[in-house]
Design a protein around this ligand. Structure first.
Ligand code: ADP
Ligand code: ADP
Length: 229
């Protein structure tokens, strides 16, 4: 059983007279509990696919299934519910609310989720138990991103969608963030999808999908999946 199955996904952006073919027929299979990395040049369609999987956007053509549910045809309200219940987003910039502490930022999610973790438990998972009462400005970039990971995992999403999660961080700090994603995968069974330009990050993946020009040009299975170092 697949967590996500995409068949012939196409995305065309129309801006005035111009059409951009961002996805040109993508077939996709993501297994539950996998860490999948999307690698490829800027503009090759990675974010477009992530946004479609996350229910932020819809394909122009093709079908996407989440287990047995076809996402491509469902009503906007159902897509919103799907996104709220199943998806944890992590972006390059942490988007924490500056006037709230780390714990309060995580609480924003746990207060409204269906079956959340305790905010403190989520912060412990990312190694920030001792920073719960700090404000974002009192935290380093890497720590802020780990709070963002805590916020994303706290609602126990089926999948974490990460768009350049270490893009704003130096490599050593980035590794600490990757460790938290691996931990969520191992300890909670969360499926993880990571967009990156960084070939090194591919080492933590079970599978790497190489994007080129709106298509998956190559799939590499990683038998020697390693801890980030
Ligand atoms: P990547 O994530 O690999 O950098 P994207 O999915 O962001 O690639 O972009 C794929 C192509 O689609 C690019 O040519 C980009 O400029 C274009 N694109 C992305 N989003 C939009 C949008 N909202 N409107 C118009 N064109 C877009
Ligand atoms: P980058 O690849 O530079 O990291 P993205 O491609 O992820 O940035 O795009 C960031 C945001 O800008 C996304 O919300 C995307 O939809 C939008 N975007 C990207 N390319 C275009 C474009 N050509 N026209 C309009 N919006 C775009």
């Amino acid at each position: 059983e697949l967590a996500f199955r995409g068949v012939g996904l196409r995305k065309i952006y129309v801006t005035g007279e111009t059409e951009v073919h961002a996805l040109r027929g993508v077939d996709l299979a993501i297994h539950p509990g996998e860490i999948v990395v999307l690698l490829g040049p800027s503009g090759s369609g990675k974010s477009t696919l992530l946004n479609i999987i996350g229910g932020l956007d819809r394909p122009t053509e093709g079908e996407l299934f989440h287990f047995d549910t076809q996402l491509t045809g469902i009503a906007e309200a159902d897509l919103t519910r799907y996104r709220r219940e199943n998806i944890g987003f992590i972006f390059q910039f942490y988007n924490l609310i500056p006037s709230l502490t780390a714990e309060e930022n995580v609480r924003l999610v746990t207060d409204i989720a269906h079956d959340p973790m305790e905010a403190r438990e989520a912060l412990a998972l990312v190694g920030l138990s001792d920073r719960a009462d700090h404000y974002p400005a009192q935290l380093s970039g890497g720590e802020q991103q780990r709070v963002a990971v805590a916020r994303a995992v706290a609602k126990r999403p089926g999948i974490l969608l990460c768009d350049e999660p270490t893009g704003a961080l130096d490599s050593q700090t980035g590794v600490r963030v990757l460790e938290t994603l691996v931990r969520a995968n191992r300890e909670l069974g969360t499926t993880v999808l990571i967009i990156t330009h960084n070939v090194g990050i591919a080492a933590i993946a079970h599978r790497v999908l190489h994007f080129l020009d709106g298509q998956i040009a190559r799939v590499v299975e990683n038998d020697t999946q390693i801890e980030p170092v």
